[in-house]
Design a protein around this ligand. Structure first.
Ligand code: ADP
Length: 258
């Protein structure tokens, strides 16, 4: 009996330590899986512009006597793909640092109305060039405790998207609203919209709607992941509402600094 009890006790101890070890390893394994998926996606996304540049350069080499004007299309495409890769690598670096918790936020009191007006200015001019209209609606002084550089980056991502996914004559509004204890920033456009079934995926890394890919080739699919990280690291939230062909609203809620 004693021998049987000892064997059962040893077996139970082994099972218990196996279960505990598996449970404690689970977050590490999940994080490895996430990391390798991230690296795989990043490599895949970087390979596309690299392939285009390589084929365009090979094409240029086959016609050494052609003028720049004759090779304009190949050179122009190589340049725009190089710019996209530069943007993508800098976005990847931001996300990798965010994942490793290396990004330290430098929080200070930020007047969000002033910041929105400042960031929107060049976009007003860019919108005019594309026959669109950007309207800024902010009246009061709204203060938040935030990293100014990151909030600046967040506003650029949302305004850049609004400009990318709209047509001539469309309107874009950036509105700052004051509600008790919170500041709400809304970027609202009358652009191409997002299909309802794709809405939950727009914050995923590398996700781009097929319509968006066809409409605008310059994206990386990383902007909204960075936007979400910035908002959440300021204890805020970001939501999207959209109607195909009617437009899109990105709503950011941040705690006010009172
Ligand atoms: P991208 O570089 O492709 O713009 P984002 O992460 O910023 O990457 O956005 C992810 C996807 O969300 C876009 O590819 C597009 O499908 C959709 N999206 C984002 N903003 C808008 C918008 N204002 N209107 C329509 N679709 C949008």
């Amino acid at each position: 009996i004693l021998a049987t009890c000892t064997i059962i006790f040893v077996l139970l101890s082994i099972t218990a330590s196996y279960v505990l070890a598996k449970r404690s390893m689970k977050p590490i394994i999940n994080s490895w899986n996430k990391q390798s998926e991230f690296v795989e996606n990043a490599s895949h996304e970087l390979r596309t512009p690299l392939t285009i540049i390589q084929s365009k350069l090979e094409h240029l080499l086959t016609k050494p006597n052609a003028t720049i004007m004759e090779q304009f299309e190949s050179i122009g495409l190589s340049l725009s793909e190089t710019r996209r890769m530069t943007k993508m690598t800098s976005n990847l670096l931001t996300l990798a640092r965010a994942d490793s918790l290396e990004q330290q936020l430098q929080k200070e009191s930020v007047n969000i109305s002033e910041l929105v007006t400042e960031v929107a200015q060049p976009f007003i001019e860019m919108a005019e060039l594309e026959e669109k209209e950007l309207i800024v609606q902010t009246h009061n002084d709204h203060a938040i405790l935030a990293d100014k550089v990151r909030i600046h980056q967040l506003l650029i991502i949302l305004l850049d998207n609004a400009l990318k996914y709209t047509n001539a004559t469309d309107k874009i509004y950036i509105v700052v609203k004051n509600v008790p204890e919170q500041v709400i920033i809304e970027v609202n456009d009358t652009g191409i919209g997002i299909k309802p079934e794709n809405l939950p995926r727009v914050f995923d890394r590398f996700y781009r709607e097929d319509t968006a890919r066809a409409f605008e080739s310059a994206g990386t699919g990383l902007g909204l992941s960075i936007a979400q990280w910035i908002v959440e690291s300021h204890n805020g939230s970001i939501h999207v509402f959209s109607n195909r062909q009617k437009g899109t609203v990105f709503q950011v809620t941040l705690p006010a600094n009172r």
